[in-house]
Design a protein around this ligand. Structure first.
Ligand code: SF4
Ligand code: MG
Length: 314
């Protein structure tokens, strides 16, 4: 496993132009080697902050992030794939130079001819043609551009890919193609994924394990099947209701962004209490600790027995 823990990360601060500040707090998770752990939650929950901390794009301003990669003492070679491939591809570079950059920087090939051979291979691996290397990013569709950014990420020979909403800017049919490509590459190359998404149907398709985040903390973690069959945390139950499902007419409701409290001024006690149908007095004052269960899941809620009973009765 790649173990990532940030036990004292109570001031990981993301500064945005308008002084928007967001924190993640007391985060710890393991990503199974060769598997996929997804962080799921609404926007503003801190999942992208975690992704950027893991890949070193952000530094913790207070506290620390620790990695325990399984290979003895070797530094983690993580690459990041972003939501918007267009913004992350230099528009003035030909695609072959975009993909060649990591090869050159990391000196992974010796000659220019070898570099261009490898670029052609990488384009083929992601379902494009070697001749596409001569084109510019604007000549491609959104899905093709995401294929290009995957090829660039693979050029660095990473063991570990951090994918931040890699398909949420794409049409649903194109999304499925990219997700299938990512799964195929994972199988063939033994890649490990940390996958970030707000979309429960996407994470169900991709993940071995799922960690649900709410306002900077993990509130539940379980293997994918268990999380969907037996969601323990009321917030997980709410997220599952957002999945369109024609066999459950009550499902498919969408969550209004206005319902999410500001991470700047989080509610007391359990930060989910203003939205929680199970909240009682204790929830308003006391922060729930994470509890572990026999099936390998964990969840942070004072009233798990009641929430599980309610969902089973529904
Ligand atoms: Fe709801 Fe209380 Fe559990 Fe928080 S601790 S999720 S408010 S029941
Ligand atoms: Mg995000």
């Amino acid at each position: 496993n790649f173990d990532v823990s940030a036990p004292w990360l109570n001031r990981v601060i993301e500064r945005k132009p308008r002084q928007f500040v967001r924190a993640v707090d007391d985060i710890s998770f393991s990503v199974p080697m060769g598997g996929c752990l997804s962080l799921v939650g609404e926007s503003g929950c801190g999942k992208s902050t975690v992704a950027r901390l893991v890949t070193g794009l952000y530094r913790a301003s207070e506290g620390e992030v620790r990695f325990a990669p399984s290979k003895n003492g070797e530094p983690l070679s993580a690459q990041m794939i972003f939501q918007d491939p267009y913004a992350s591809l230099n528009p003035r570079w030909r695609v072959r130079n975009i993909i060649a950059e990591p090869l050159r920087e990391l000196k992974l090939r010796n000659s220019e001819a070898e570099i261009m051979d490898r670029v052609g291979e990488l384009l083929t691996i992601v379902g494009l043609a070697p001749s596409d290397g001569a084109k510019f990013p604007h000549e491609f569709s959104g899905g093709q551009r995401q294929r290009i950014s995957i090829a660039r990420a693979l050029a660095g020979e990473p063991e570990f890919l951090v994918c931040d909403e890699p398909t949420s800017a794409l049409d649903v049919s194109v999304q499925a193609q990219i997700l299938n490509l990512m799964r195929k590459l994972q199988d063939e190359m033994g890649l490990t994924y940390l996958f970030i998404s707000h979309d429960m149907s996407v994470v169900r398709h991709m993940s071995d394990r799922i960690a649900v985040m709410y306002l900077g903390r993990i509130v539940e973690e379980a293997d994918t099947e268990t999380l969907f069959a037996n969601p323990r945390h009321p917030y997980t139950q709410l997220l599952l209701e957002t999945i369109p499902d024609i066999t459950h007419p009550k499902r498919g409701r969408s969550i209004a962004a206005s319902e999410v409290p500001s991470p700047l001024n989080p509610p007391s006690g359990c930060t989910f209490h203003p939205r929680c149908p199970f909240a009682d007095q204790r929830c308003k004052s006391e922060r729930p600790e994470m509890r572990s269960f026999a099936d390998g899941s964990r969840a942070a809620c004072h009233r798990i027995e009641e929430t599980v009973k309610a969902i089973n009765a529904a």
